[in-house]
Write a protein that binds this ligand. Sequence first.
Ligand code: TGC
Ligand code: FAD
Length: 388
Amino acid sequence: MKTFDGVDYLEIDGLFSEEEIAVRDTIRAFVTDRVMPVIEKHNREGTFPANLIPEMADLGVYGANIQGYGCPGLNNVAYGLIMQELERGDSGLRSFVSVQGGLCMYPILAYGSEEQKNKWLPEMAKGKVIGCFGLTEADFGSNPGGMITTAKKDGNGYVLNGSKMWITNGGVAHIAIVWAKLDGRIRGFIVEKGTPGYSTRDIHGKFSLRASVTSELSFQDCRIPADAILPNVDGLKGPLGCLNQARYGIAWGGLGSAMACYHEALEYSKTRIQFDRPIAGFQMVQEKLAWMIREITKGQLLALQLGRLKDAGKLKPHHVSLGKMNNIEIALKIARMAREVLGASVNTDEYQCGRHMCNLESVYTYEGTHDIHTLVIGEAVTGIPAYK
Ligand code: TGC
Ligand code: FAD
């Protein structure tokens, strides 16, 4: 496989530490050697490359920014660079890792009991236990606070009823972090696969994130033990607190897709001859390439500042919204522009920008749609929430 040199128009590499660069380059090589040779096949067949799960565990990507419990304890910039490199391969791979770390290990770490942390986190870091995160319901996507899945106290435990929709890793997960209303308040529960009354159904026929498992979760009189509840949080701030972690990673991940598409368009334009010259020599193609490199560079600075703020404990949810919103918007536009540069060639999966473009259409929507993040920023600057 061809090596990937990344994109560094403005000597931004000089702003990273040696350790951050080393982590990035390790994951970059893994994606080049292990992901790129197989990803188009998985995308075509609609399968997740499950054989890579233990290899990624060996690289320490699950809960990479968590301290203790068998996790590497990297800083948040190194963690972000891991997300960038994985999404250079495919958004589905980054999704898998974001859900495992940001949406499943994080709530156990932040809201769980010491017993729950010791039981689950080391096994999840090793990739032996896979998680999924059930917040969205068929009728409650942008408005998760309206959820109708319930938990009822019943003797020494709880009974869950309801369903969750569009859940990444659902069908392959050993545990689900499920958000449900207990006496009208949102609470988190760890539900183990195989619990009677808990079932999953994979969603097929997807246009995007085809190399990722997306499922519906159903709970029918599903009885779970008393120690399944996450004891240290209640209310919508519980799941939204997890989303801050995953959205932060997505801000970096989008750059990976954008870089892959920029690279492909640049290389193609230098070798594609029309009117007896490389199309890279035409002003309108150069305008596209210049726009791509401009926006990638701004996106890199944005992601890096988010990471430095996060490491300093100063990152606010509305900062994360800016990163997720901006970097996925530019990545999607870059993928569409790359598609234009490739002409008809983009119609086959010999080239990757069509796959990235389709993936990014979903990334634009999940973890808070582009418009919801616009409203989060609107609220931050005006003080007036405009969601309802
Ligand atoms: P609102 O009244 O504003 O807030 C309720 C409580 O939550 C607190 N809060 C937050 N806490 C932590 N982090 C945040 N980002 C927070 N945003 C709000 C807030 O302070 C309040 O706390 P308290 O103590 O007063 O109770 O809530 P709202 O109902 O008006 O909704 C606000 C809105 C629309 C921004 C929120 O609902 C939202 O973000 N909606 C989007 C839903 C979403 O992002 N879903 C994602 C599902 S998971 C997913 O897509 C995974 S894809 C994974 C992959 O494959 O990579
Ligand atoms: P809706 O909320 O119905 O929104 C439809 C449109 O209306 C959007 O354009 C939206 O911006 C707009 N809109 C809604 N409310 C407002 C408003 N107040 N103001 C202005 N515009 C508004 N969820 C999970 O819980 N776990 C997962 O692992 C997960 N993985 C996913 C994987 C994939 C591949 C996909 C596609 C989705 C996944 N989701 C997951 C669900 C995802 O988070 C939701 O799709 C997303 O939050 C949007 O909800 P919705 O699809 O119901 O759209």
